[in-house]
Design a protein around this ligand. Sequence first.
Ligand SMILES: [Zn+2]
Length: 141
Amino acid sequence: MNETRDISGQCLCGAVTVSAMASKPIVRACHCDMCRQHTSAMFMSLATDEGSVKINGPAKSFRSSEWAERGFCEVCGSTLWYGTVANGERHLAAGLFENAADAPLKLEFFIDKCPSGYALEGKHRKMNTEETIALFAPEED
Ligand SMILES: [Zn+2]
């Protein structure tokens, strides 16, 4: 069993600070085209407890699709979060935290979209486009 931890981090310039509770801090990497364009490689997020994310400072967000938004620092442009519009959930960028909050990489999304020139090492779950969409797609009414 994991102990819940308070974690905090900041953007490159320090204008934006973030904090959250993390009872199971793991890192997830997403290789989708939008994450790749937004971050230059993959978006690595940290799993935090629902509703615990706090963001202070000049953060802005960009609506990247019908269902998602991406947060960034207005001053230095650091990637801050990937958010889902429907429930307001924000997945903080692992890079904001020192040593990625000591969290292990446990999951890769859109593994089939990862460019052929590099790969992440280690034993963890890898989900392709079909599996990733099945996990996140809202249920059809
Ligand atoms: Zn900044």
